[in-house]
Design a protein around this ligand. Structure first.
Ligand code: MG
Length: 253
């Protein structure tokens, strides 16, 4: 009986511990707030103020080799991959900022505390995508931010290149939702970063499977109170959300 009570207590502590450890990642920065816009420098600062554990961005490389931070392949008429830096610099975000370069972004991250989750977008040309990865890694090194960044990508080839080229211990997560944790473990991924539907409906067992393998689980993009509470209860490691304040209030309870 006594042992059973102790075990129950331990299980309770472990579940509370797991819930407390959920980390907030702001999806494309914290942009659903005054003065902000997706992937803007402000969105990082706002995420840092919440405070979020991490702030996510998306990166593309321009035709002449400058990395820009934006989600869309073509944004306000500018296809980043096929445009020059001079053309990309003319793009204005919804909050009035210019579209930031990755280097401008890193300078702001250097001043903050939140980690940066860097999504390497799938480029049309693999060689350009590889160049984007190599240059991004060099810039992160230049600003000595290696210990404050992780990488995510839909393209497994991108994940593999980052794992190969980044300093040992750099966390790389795969986004596409189609590979089992054990497959990703074999190639050196730190964990999965999967869509909510994959982890709630299609493969709910992958959360525990990841943890058994010593891997981490991130889930995106979770925005409703009900879904946030669901994934908090499942003990995922990170939740990527457009509603970081809502998640913060749930975690405080
Ligand atoms: Mg993204």
């Amino acid at each position: 009986m006594k042992m059973r009570t102790i075990l129950f207590g331990l299980a309770l502590l472990m579940s509370v511990g797991a819930m407390a450890e959920v980390k907030i990642v702001a999806h494309r920065g914290y942009w659903r707030t005054a003065g902000s816009a997706q992937n803007s420098l402000t969105s990082y600062k706002k995420a840092d103020q919440v405070p979020c554990y991490g702030s996510e961005i998306d990166i593309w490389i321009s035709k002449d080799g400058v990395i820009y931070v934006n989600h869309d392949k073509t944004f306000k008429g500018c296809c980043i991959e096929k445009s020059t830096a001079a053309e990309c610099d003319k793009v204005i975000l919804d909050n009035g900022e210019k579209m930031p370069t990755f280097e401008e972004y890193l300078k702001v991250v250097k001043q903050g505390k939140a980690e940066l989750v860097i999504e390497v977008k799938t480029h049309d040309d693999l060689a350009r995508q590889n160049l984007c990865i190599d240059k991004a890694l060099n810039l992160v090194k230049k600003y000595k931010l290696q210990n404050r960044v992780s990488y995510i990508a839909f393209d497994l080839a991108a994940c593999l290149r980052i794992i190969e080229k980044a300093p040992k211990g750099t966390e790389v997560y795969y986004l596409n939702g189609d590979l089992a944790p054990k497959t990703l473990k074999r190639v050196g991924c730190a964990g999965i970063d999967y869509r909510d539907k994959v982890l709630k409906t299609d493969h709910p067992k992958w959360i525990d499977e990841c943890h058994r393998l010593g891997m981490k689980v991130n889930v995106w993009t979770v925005d409703t109170k009900e879904d946030l509470e669901y994934f908090v209860s499942k003990g995922v490691d990170y939740i990527t959300t457009n509603e970081p304040e809502l998640l913060k209030s749930i975690l405080k309870k």
